[in-house]
Design a protein around this ligand. Sequence first.
Ligand SMILES: *Cc1c(COP(=O)(O)O)cnc(C)c1O
Length: 404
Amino acid sequence: MKIPFSPPRIDEITIEEVKDTLLSGWITTGPKTQLFEQKLASYLGIDHVVCLNSATAGLQLIMHYLGIKEGDEVIVPSYTYCATANVVVQRGAKPVMVDINRDDFNINPQKVKEAINSNTKAIIAVDIAGFPCDYNSLIEIIQSPEILKLHTPNNSNQEKLGRIALISDAAHSIGANYKGVKTGNQADMSSFSFHAVKNLTTAEGGAVAFNLPKQFDTKKIKQLFKTLSLHGQTKDALSKNKAGGWEYDVVHAGYKCNMTDIQAAIGLVELNRYKETLEKREHIFRLYDTLLKDEEWAILPTYMNSDCTSSFHLYMLRIKDSKLEQRNTIIEKMAERGIAVNVHYKPLPLLSLYKSLNFNMENYPQALENYTHQISLPVYYNLSDDQVKFVAKNLNEVVEEVLA
Ligand SMILES: *Cc1c(COP(=O)(O)O)cnc(C)c1O
């Protein structure tokens, strides 16, 4: 039996919807992207959502909008995918990394508080594995009088906000719940990913959900993001394509990161059946729990508590007492048995780029500890109960062999 890590769910329904787009005569940003944006907004319970070609592009536009620049600091977790911090480095600003919580791998609010100074312009929290961060604590911190006193805006958007911006890298967490409300409704702006390995895919893709305070006109900001995603040009390709509609202007040195209707077609199918996707993923998580809960070596992941429900993106297991080499051997031996398991993530201070920027892993003991033991198990829609049992059985054998 060969078990991949997370193949996408592509079937006749997806193929038909993409075919419909291909044959429609309109393949780039157009009616399907617009429809997907509306459906996403209604799913999230948010007024305005803009679709882009990735979550990274979303974070880049957010950094642009906030005017993050050299001399600014943006707080990020040390334990995340590189994109969260890369977008800060790209602006010439300084990512300030903080350590994580032991149980859920999310950013530690107390460490965030300690890292804030008058250069801090934003926090990018990441809902690791799809489990929402402690947003209330983060909001309380950025709104507390002692932290507000430190706020030093250096452009009109920062001034209008009047405090540190709270941004969510929600790449994993579409459909997750925080105190009864979907993710996308807690931070000022949230960026979701629809990359091929994510819960809801468009092959490549992403979306930004706006939840800025009421002094912001989010409808206008959505339009600004649209324009920024298409070179800063005032008219999109669809309107320009209409006979006689050639005239346009360029008002920003924009980016090129729009979503195409081919991507949106996949997304429309995915979103339409996303409830079923989440139910299946939850079922797999619970089955892994049942199969592993009595194993002495297993630290099961946190994916639900009284406040939060995960989007069940990654089953982030830990192997108690394993050394780094043992964890790596377990992954190799699983691969020999035809089972793809994974590590999420290599903490940023271990990456050459961040080493060269003087980040030192010793300063993030919890991230290092969690990483040393971490292993993610396959979760995808077409994974059967028998396959889940096969993964758990093989893992048990391999762990006992390696830790013996
Ligand atoms: C996948 C991922 C991203 C990047 O998403 P893209 O859509 O590929 O740009 C960012 N942050 C985290 C935590 C991710 O896992």
